[in-house]
Design a protein. Structure first.
Length: 154
């Protein structure tokens, strides 16, 4: 990542961004969210969505849910061509700051056991495995479980 992009602004994700975001979502995941899922999230007052972009290129985005003192990271994605540059770590830390500012005391997320790079990131940032959601994600041969991870924010 260049020096200039080390100061990427974060801004709210808008419905007008979704057409540019969907190719990233499809490239990043074997079972991506649909545009309808993003639209539904953007309609909810307890959901917050943000993105990093540089020269109108979306680099990373996240969708968060905050309720009853809990931050749930529902989607955190770095464009495949921008991975391994520290954006995921940065966006995760920013999501945690947003959660704290909105009163969240704990943070939760689910991750596929097959997503080892994401698991390494979460562990390195203080998340712990607290459970398993069986048959949570669609997979090539049926369903894949999700590892439930958590971190105390206060």
């Amino acid at each position: 990542m260049s020096e200039a992009s080390s100061f990427l602004p974060l801004r709210p994700l808008l419905t007008t961004d979704l057409e540019r975001l969907m190719p990233i979502e499809r490239a990043a995941y074997p079972y991506p969210w649909t545009i309808g899922i993003f639209q539904d999230c953007l309609k909810q007052s307890s959901y917050h969505a943000y993105l990093h972009e540089l020269n109108e290129e979306i680099l990373a985005y996240c969708v968060l849910s905050i309720a009853v003192g809990e931050l749930h990271i529902l989607n955190i994605t770095v464009a495949p061509n921008r991975q391994n540059q520290g954006l995921g770590k940065r966006l995760l830390a920013t999501a945690e700051q947003i959660g704290r500012s909105l009163g969240a005391q704990d943070c939760f997320l689910e991750v596929r056991p097959s997503n080892t790079s994401a698991i390494r990131l979460y562990l390195s940032q203080g998340f712990n495995e607290i459970g398993l959601r069986k048959n949570y994600y669609p997979a090539k041969n049926g369903r894949e479980s999700a590892i439930l991870m958590a971190k105390t924010l206060i």
